[in-house]
Structure formats: C-alpha cells, structure tokens
Design a protein around this ligand. Structure first.
Ligand SMILES: [Zn+2]
Length: 357
C-alpha cells in the first residue's frame, strides 16, 4: 500500500465487492464493511497490485448537508408510501447511513485550434406603435433589440484546467436523480476528508473518458472567442483542435448510502446527495402487510355475513344494512393486495439508480 499512501497522504485499503464488482479504497478497518452499493456482501480486501494504479484526488466536494435535513429526508421516505416493509423505519435508515465518495475525472490540457463562428452584436431599433384609445389615435415609441451576425475566424492557443469527464459509466444517472455538483463547491483534497468514508474507484479509464471532455473544451473556447470579439452572442462555433500535455486527476463527489430490507429480506439501497440531502431510493411495498390487512378485512366480512344470517331470523329489517356492509368490506378486502401489486410494478418501471450504478 506504499504507493497509495504516498499519493493519498494516508494509508488506505483497496477492496472489491465480489457481488457487484465495485472497487473501493477505505481507511483501514478491523472488519470489512458491507458493500454500500448492493448491500449483498462484505467487501473483500485487495492488494494494490490487484487494482493497478489508483489516482489520488485533486479536489473533493465535502459533505455539508445538515444532520437534521438528512433525518427529515429519511423520515419522509419511510412514510412516503403505504404498506411499507417492517424494516423501513427512519431510525434504522439513519443507523445504517454510510458516507461514499464517487469519482469524476478532472482534465487539464493545452489546446491549439483554428476556429470559425458567427459573432452576434446587439443593436437597438426604434419603431412606433399606433393604438386607438379614448376616441383618438396615440403613438408609442418602442425600442427593440436585434442582433447583427458577422462571420469571424481565428487561431487559439490556451490552457484549460479541470474539465470534467465521467469516471463511472453510471454517474449521469446518479446526478440526474440526485442533482449535480458545481465546481465552486470543490475544495483541495485533504486526507482527513476520507475519515469514515469509502471512495469508489473509477471504472472508466482515460481513453474512454477523453472524448467526453471535447464538448466542454469547445464550449470554454467559444466563450473566450466571443469575449475576444467583443460580441454579445456566438453561434455555429466550429474548430479544429489539437490537444497537448493532458493532466488527469480526480474530483470526489459526496453521497450517503443506506438500506432497508424488503419482504424477501433483500436489502434495498437508498442514496442521498451529500450537499443537498436530496434522496433517491426504490420504494418496495410489503405484500405481507397487505395480505395481513386483507385477512382481517375478510374475517370482518365473514362476521358481517354471519350477522346478516342471524338477523334474517331475529330482525329482518336490519339485514339490508349488514348485507351491504358484508359486500363493501368483502370488496375492500382485495384493495391492499391490488394496491401493493400495482405500486411495486410501477416502481420497477421507473429505473432505480441504485440498481443502475
Ligand atoms: Zn456490491
């Protein structure tokens, strides 16, 4: 672990989840934790040689969401649907909460490019609007902004820092569901930021991730060319870029992960954004609870039926009421099962991020 320690400025243990194949580094612990992604198995320790080179982070977005906000989010989730499983309780979710950093690449590069674009310049046009009010015509002066487009071209030689590229195949889904992170939130890496936190390692290498940076480099260049031209707008920006001296590092993004057990005792992961507390998790209603409610309603319907039979001999005028009650409770008895079955089907249709990452 010598190389990791040198790069990350602290001893770290590489580990893998044999079930979902997620790789991590984490501060050394007496007992390996359960995988905070799939919650199916305990992590297996690895040696540094098993994983190859593990880049250290340059920047980290620190955890900052307030504890009461996390608590509120977990409580809301635990009561956000009917027939929740026995294990889905806010206190249990809170007790199982783990901090996880997810990586994204930061790329610095020199860029040399020839470019062409249309630069837009605002100008004002004065026109007049006529309207007929209170028996006479009135004229109103109207100022309108229009854009004059001019072709521009030039050469550019620049250095750009910290252009982001996904280090995980699945990071887009995570940020879509939980919200993204701005570069302003990032701080230089300090080794104490990893206290009691697992760090997910990239599953995309530089070769895979590199093409994803190109649109952002181009966007940065087009903003600069617009400024250089003194233009208010720029469009149809095209360039032929040549990249040199790339430097890759990692930015770590903070998430909380927790879980609850469904009816089949399968762990269902729940994720929270480490800055805003926004939560995303699969909601799985309990068929066991629904069946219990259905059984109680069916027994009640049976009792009403027996009452109806008894009243038929004793007080025939009341049988109508008890017969209707028997019918309504009998029909109502199937609703819990129908609800849970439909609810769980709808949830599966919505792609769960914790399954996809
Ligand atoms: Zn796993």
């Amino acid at each position: 672990m010598q190389e990791i320690e040198t790069q990350w400025l602290r001893p770290l243990q590489p580990a893998i989840c044999e079930h979902c194949d997620w790789n991590y580094v984490l501060p050394p612990v007496a007992e390996m934790p359960i995988c905070p992604h799939c919650y199916q198995t305990t992590l297996t320790p690895l040696t540094e040689d098993d994983l190859g080179q593990i880049s250290s982070p340059e920047q980290v977005v620190p955890f900052s969401v307030a504890a009461d906000r996390v608590q509120e989010q977990l409580s809301n989730f635990a009561r956000s649907f009917r027939f929740t499983p026995q294990d889905l309780q806010a206190a249990r979710l809170a007790g199982r909460l783990r901090r996880v950093f997810i990586p994204t690449w930061l790329v610095d590069s020199e860029v040399t490019a020839g470019w062409q674009a249309e630069a837009g310049f605002d100008y004002q046009v004065v026109s007049h609007q006529e309207s007929f009010k209170q028996g006479s015509w009135r004229t109103k002066e109207v100022q309108e902004t229009r854009i004059r487009w001019e072709a521009r071209a030039g050469q550019l030689q620049r250095h750009y820092d910290n252009v982001r590229a996904p280090a995980l195949e699945e990071i887009g889904d995570v940020e879509d569901k939980l919200g993204s992170f701005t570069s302003k939130e990032a701080a230089p890496y300090r080794q104490e930021m990893l206290e009691e936190t697992l760090v997910r390692l990239p599953n995309r290498d530089h070769v895979d991730a590199w093409p994803d940076t190109h649109p952002r480099f181009q966007q940065l260049a087009s903003i600069e060319c617009q400024k250089a031209a003194g233009a208010d707008h720029i469009r149809h920006y095209q360039w032929q870029a040549h990249y040199d001296n790339q430097h890759w590092s990692l930015l770590l993004l903070p998430f909380y992960s927790t879980w609850y057990l469904d009816d089949e005792q399968q762990p269902i992961p729940v994720l929270l954004h480490g800055r805003t507390g926004q939560l995303s998790g699969i909601k799985r209603a309990s068929m066991k609870k629904a069946k219990r409610t259905t059984t109680i309603a069916a027994i009640l319907a049976g009792l009403f039926f027996l009452l109806t039979l008894a009243l038929y001999w004793l007080e025939p005028s009341l049988t109508c009421v008890t017969a209707v009650l028997t019918f309504l409770v009998g029909i109502g008895a199937i609703l819990p099962i129908a609800y849970v079955s439909q609810f769980n089907r709808d949830q599966e249709a919505d792609v769960p991020i914790t399954k996809s990452i």
